[in-house]
Design a protein. Sequence first.
Length: 399
Amino acid sequence: MIDFKKFFPIFQNNPNVVFLDSGASAQKPEFVINAMNDFYKKDYANIHRGLYNLSQVASSLYDEARDKVKLFIGAKYKEEIVFTKGTTEAINLLAYSFSKILKKGDVVFLTELEHHANLIPWQEVAKYNGIVLKFIPILDNGELDYDWFENNISSEVKLVCMSGQSNVIGFKNDIERVVRVAHNFGAKVIIDGAQLISHFKIDVETLNVDFLAFSGHKIYGPTGIGVLYGKKELLDMLPPYQVGGDMVEKVSFDKTIFKKTPEKFEAGTPPIVETIGLGYAIDFLNEFSMDFIEKEAFELTKYAIEKIADVKNVRLISHRNSNAVISFVVDGVSSFDIASFLAMKNICVRVGKHCAEPLHNKLGIDSSIRLSLGIYNDKRDIDIFVNELEHAISLILGK
């Protein structure tokens, strides 16, 4: 058993904290923090603009980060890696760019599981473009209704946009099945990988997905940096999302010629240090096997689910085979009251609708409590949480 907490200064500085909110944003290892600080102190300059040594070094480190991401997700070409501010911007980029291509009456499939970041952008496109949104329903156990999907898809469906793993239900969706069926009808598949990326090994070539979006801060990197993977021929086809400096080949008063993918999607000065920090976060994860991380996360999740399910008045929302995401409600008790009590005990959990309000409405609940596990969590964290959860319920219900 590896003591991962020793790699993360937050736990040395806050020894009594039980951090169970990594699905919102993961903590940062000292390795990443130090690497970013060293870059600011020793090598910082803008990239791709200067002939002087500092700029050349900075440019090299930035470009290396793209190669690291390519290898991390199994992409074929580094040109298939576009840097964004995060998952939200990556999906907004796709929604905007596809809005220039999709026609009135074209159908986009989403699911009832989606985070707002993979719902609202498509609602906006539908509002102005006249595309039709349809939602793959979920079954009573929280899994997608794949039979509905296979019976309702047609050549009118141009995109299937879905979370790889729900940030509420926590179950990994069958991406391979969706891709296979969608491609048979000529539809492209976009995967929101925000929750998936930190504890599953992803190989985009094997999955054959057309697009994948994820955020650096979910995989122990900094905020402000994310990734959009897209098959090169599809990215080449899409128009740019933003325009400005550093994404142009030639500009005159009459017209502009844009650079090729991926630079045409990266207007302006990028988050240089954050991008380099993402590269170092990938280096950190590569010290361990993603297969090992997935296995450890699943075993700890199983332990947590069994312990939480035994607590009186608790009703699990998550799938029993969830990995790293566990959501529940306490019958007769406000989720916010529970979370407030836990906060006083230095236990960090998420409470609310988790940016998935339609899903909560579908489930018939106002809010839920969510634990999301990181590489640094262990059984002791779960035991402390469960003991305090039982204490909170007892006090609030007066039993």
